[in-house]
Design a protein around this ligand. Structure first.
Ligand code: AMP
Ligand code: AMP
Length: 343
């Protein structure tokens, strides 16, 4: 039985479903009733399964298992179903579920990235410890950069923290540079790391502040925010590409000693900021397909270096499933175990 590529209807679902079709795999999308019309517009979607609430996803699992479904997770899975539901999911997922916990906990994530030797912005336990300005304060669980604030002095930091009222947060050095998100794919079947694309997030209003002349900024004192609106492509200076590969390989290697022997595989993304010395600073890892890959449904300047055909990240996932299935190794790329210590 060919794997039935299954995902939730949002984020990068269209790319994933089209990728399945392009690789000759059947596909299905589970979607909130009311958001299903979008997915019926496209002939490459084989099956639309509406549910009334996200909590109803669990009830579908036995049928999906029986039909050989492989769930392809994206940014909405943890946001809408919750980490626990993801860890407990009975349907096989493309990617290692044990990684979710490391991605979802900021302290564990930092331990992992530090173990990989990646350059990380300094973090401070409290306002008194800050020794370089500006800093960014990130409220935990704040989606898409809403609810973050910048502080350029101890007084403004303390004011901002008081307004948070004890909500859990991280105080981090604010890196002034160009944001770059690198889309990686760790292939189990081909045993290699591929860079499939890169993007910049477009964030409001942070990416608009440069349009205000300095005098207007000084007068208006706009508060920056980092709410994602969309994504724009970028190609990196070729002299920095090898470093981008090395960072990805280091993250995969570290996951094999920290998380478990299988480590991280499939799509993942390092969110970086590049400073004028051309140094990368890594602010986050996403261990799944990121929405910035939607720019490259027809492939990217990077995927074209590996494949002589349009290769999106969604299609690359399907290709890995096809190759693993053909080699009788589907279990090497599909995680069917509920995370043991999930509580
Ligand atoms: P949506 O499909 O807009 O309901 O978003 C689902 C989840 O994915 C939310 O947690 C969003 O914050 C996240 N998300 C959607 N689009 C993007 C994007 N372009 N970049 C980063 N995150 C995104
Ligand atoms: P995050 O939720 O960590 O992905 O951050 C959301 C956005 O805030 C990023 O896309 C950046 O634009 C910005 N940001 C986060 N951390 C930093 C940092 N240490 N320095 C500069 N900008 C940051």
């Amino acid at each position: 039985m060919k794997p039935l590529v299954t995902t939730l209807g949002s984020h990068s679902a269209l790319q994933i479903l089209k990728g399945a079709r392009d690789e000759g795999l059947p596909n299905a999308v589970v979607v909130l009733a009311g958001r299903d019309a979008l997915y019926r517009r496209y002939p490459f979607v084989d099956e639309v399964i509406p549910i009334a609430r996200y909590a109803d996803f669990a009830a579908l699992e036995p049928e999906l298992v029986a039909r050989g479904a492989v769930v392809v997770p994206h940014g909405s899975f943890v946001a809408y179903l919750g980490q626990e539901a993801n860890e407990r999911m009975a349907v096989g997922t493309f990617g290692n579920k044990a990684v979710l916990r490391w991605e979802g906990d900021r302290a564990l994530q930092r331990r992992w990235l530090a173990a990989a030797g990646l350059p990380l912005p300094e973090e401070y336990p409290d306002a008194g410890a800050v020794d370089a300005w500006p800093v960014i304060v990130k409220r935990h669980g704040a989606a898409g950069g809403a609810g973050y604030f910048l502080a350029g002095s101890r007084a403004s930091l303390e004011r901002g923290l008081a307004a948070l009222g004890g909500a859990p947060h991280t105080i981090q050095r604010y890196v002034v540079g160009v944001t770059l998100y690198v889309h990686y794919f760790q292939s189990v079947v081909r045993d290699r790391l591929e860079i499939l694309g890169m993007d910049r997030r477009y964030e409001t209003n942070a990416d608009a502040l440069g349009r205000l002349p300095h005098a207007a900024q000084a007068e208006l004192g706009p508060e920056p925010s980092f709410v994602v609106v969309g994504n724009a492509p970028l190609v990196l200076r070729e002299s920095m590409l090898e470093e981008a590969y090395r960072m990805g390989e280091a993250v995969v290697a570290a996951s094999r000693s920290l998380v478990d022997a299988r480590g991280l595989w499939g799509p993942f993304c390092l969110e970086t900021i590049i400073t004028p010395d051309l140094g990368f600073h890594v602010i986050e890892i996403s261990c799944r397909i990121v929405a910035g890959t939607n720019l490259f449904v027809e492939g990217s300047p990077y995927s074209a270096l590996f494949f002589d055909e349009p290769m999106s990240t969604g299609r690359r996932i399907a290709r890995e499933l096809v190759e693993a299935h053909g080699a009788g190794r589907l279990d090497a790329v599909v995680d069917r175990a509920a995370v043991a210590e999930a509580s």
